[in-house]
Each structure stands twice: as C-alpha cells, then as structure tokens.
Write a protein that binds this ligand. Sequence first.
Ligand code: SAM
Length: 427
Amino acid sequence: MHLAQTIAAEAVNQVLAGRNLNEVLLALWPRYPQATSQQKAQAQHLSYGTLRFYLSLQALLNALVEKPLRDDAIASLLLVALYQLHYDQAPAHTVVNQAVMAVMRMKKVWAKGLVNAVLRNFSRQQVALVKALEQDQTTTLNYPAWWISKVQNQYPEHWQQILLTGNQHPPMTLRVNQSQLTGLAYQQKLQAANISSQLLDTQTLLLDQAIHVTDLPGFNEGEVSVQDYAAQMTARCLDAQANMRVLDACAAPGGKTCHILETAQVQMWALDVSEQRLARVNSNLQRLNLQAHTQVADVAKTDAWWDGQLFDRILLDAPCTASGVVRRHVDIKWLRRESDISSFAAQQKEMLQALWPLLKQGGKLLYVTCSIFAEENELQINNFLQTHADALHLPLLELPHNLQIQKGQFIPNEYHDGLFYALLQKH
Ligand SMILES: C[S@@+](CC[C@H](N)C(=O)[O-])C[C@H]1O[C@@H](n2cnc3c(N)ncnc32)[C@H](O)[C@@H]1O
C-alpha cells in the first residue's frame, strides 16, 4: 500500500513543480513495474484527490510544522497522507505506518520522526485545524483567488455551484453508437453485465460508477464511446448532412469527429497540430469503423493544408484554459495563470479568423470550448460578430431539457461539463 502513496507523492511533487498530471503518471508507471493495477489505481486516486484539495491540505500542513519544509518530496508525501486522513478517512495507524515506510523507500531516514509527528498531531487536532480552513475562501473552495473572483463576477447566480462541481468526481457518460444500437438496447447489455446506468437521452447513458473502458460491453466492437453529455451536443448542433464537406479543425482525440460520422456519412477532414494526438483520432476511427481524411496541421496556417474547396460545416473545438473540465484535470487549477486566458483568447481569435473564409455561404461554423471564462466564450464571439458582418449567431435548438445551459454556456453540474457553444452561419 505504501507504494501507491510513494507514487502519488512523486506525482504531486512534479505537478506542483509545473508538470501535467497525466503526463507525469504515464512517465511514472514504467519506473514502478512491480505496482499492481490496484496499486496504480490507488496512486491515481491519491494524486487526483490531493491535487483537487491542494490548498486545504497545504494550509493544514503549514499549521502542523514550525517552518515551511525545505524538502519538496517529503512535503508532497505529507500532503498525500493528510488527504488520506482527512478526505478518505483512512485509519490513522495504517496511513502513518505507510508514510513511514514510504520515507524509508525514499531513503530519507531523517524525516521518519517528522512525518510520524505531523500525522499523529493532525489526528489529535483535526477538528480545530479543519475549522480554521473556513477563515479563507481559497482554503474552503480550493481554487486560486483570481479564479474564485472571476467566477463570482461572471456567474453571480451560479458561482458556488460551478466551483463546488469542479471539486467533485467527474461523471462517466457514454455515447451509444446510433448506427449500431439504441441507448435503451445498450443499457440492457450493461444490466446483463451488472453495470447500472441512467438514460439521459436516446443515445446517452450515465454510469452510476466509473469503470475501465475495456470493461464496457462492445467497446472494442465500436458500440459505445466515452463522451461528456454536453460534448455530445456537437453533432446535433452542427447538423451535418450526408456528403457534406465537414472540417473538424482541432480534432484530437476524435470524440466529436467520430460522433459526427456516426450520425451522417460526410466527407470529413480531421486536423490536429499534434501528431501524437492525431494518432488517437485514427485509432478511434478504426475502432468505430469510420473514415476520415486526417492530417497533422496548424489550422490557422490555411495555405499549408487547404485544397481550396469550401466547407459546408466547420467545427472549431478550440484549445482553451479547460476551466470547464477542471474536475477531470485537477492540475489545471494550479498550472494555469490568469494571464493564460488572454493568450488562449488571442489564439482562438486567430483560428476563427483564419477558418471563416473557408466556409460556404449558408454554411455553419460551430465554435466550442471547454472553458467557463467569458473571455474565451461570449466575449470572443461578440468580438467576432462585430468584425464579421456576414456572420449570424444562430440559437441552439432542440437540446434536451436536462442540460443546464445559458447563452451557449453549459453550467457544469453532475450530468455534464462546462462547455461553451456558439453556432455561426455565413450569409
Ligand atoms: C479541445 S481539444 C479537441 C477535442 C476534440 N475535438 C474532441 O472532441 O475529442 C483541442 C485540440 O486542438 C489542438 N490544437 C491546438 N492548436 C492547434 C492548431 N493551431 N491547429 C490544429 N489543432 C490545434 C490540440 O492539439 C488539441 O488536440
């Protein structure tokens, strides 16, 4: 068990030094070949949990040591152990024993007494220490101060819901391949495999508990994909018809590309700037038995890839701060800087401007982000409309009633992420 704690501590330490959690974990697995899949799952759980509640845990640690710890690896180990004690409510003697074993594994014998004392003191003073967290919004809500005030300003009605949802475990939502079977028929397959779910829409199921994708019946046969409920609205809003020329400008890993192709036999161009990520589009197309022209390209540099023929539909699922999917990418809260918002907004603007001339008259462009910040969403689109007289902002019609959406912004909740949609038509 202390192996999971050791791996999680190392992952947390690297993320706090500025690295991406997914990449860190992928690089760590080969270094621990002895870790079982259960230990890996536990290490993942601990690293996600610790980073989700990092500011609370850091405040608890600060209160338990006389001066800031100089050793980052030991500090991260203590954060993970405090997470286990406070949030997982794991038995104190087990957590303390594991942490001491982890210290030995890290060859930092000097820290044995310190780790032992800090964790035992936490158990003794837990109630008062946890109460003290309430004195500061950042340690209650676990977001940077700038993030909290931005969400409060932009969502006076929903800010608490948005921030609290961002600290929950993400839902696992399925998109049932409509060219193969209905959501109801697939739900019966799940039931037969003892997997319980809720039907959100004709092709959408929400699992009661997250499971490994390969445990989903028919996954390899392309019957089902994992995709957020709000993300599943792309195909519907884009309304692509058979034989249309469709551009998916930022396609990887291909969730939306494949969904569009499941709904209509279009001529799909799927581009992405990252070769590594585009490979995931190709493997998803293969699993679902779908065809598309895929190409590594920077979409903003149209001279380098465009064949001169206009598109009927364009999907621009733009790179963004990902502030609307923070419960899936817990490291974002600590890696993003407020100044990143304007850099992303500038890049999105450049992409919109480069792609608009490639759209046919009467054609539609769907702009999507997985952000909740207005600068990347409503303000971005308002700015675009002011400078493009031939662009009409269309309403999003016929969306299911159980989606929480206002002015194109999905408000993140237990059913879906915080995506933004703007549908533009050229006239
Ligand atoms: C939000 S993700 C797309 C998710 C995808 N549409 C899906 O539903 O699976 C944004 C993607 O944009 C890509 N990207 C970033 N800059 C780009 C550029 N200049 N040209 C093309 N793709 C770019 C990133 O590599 C990333 O894969």
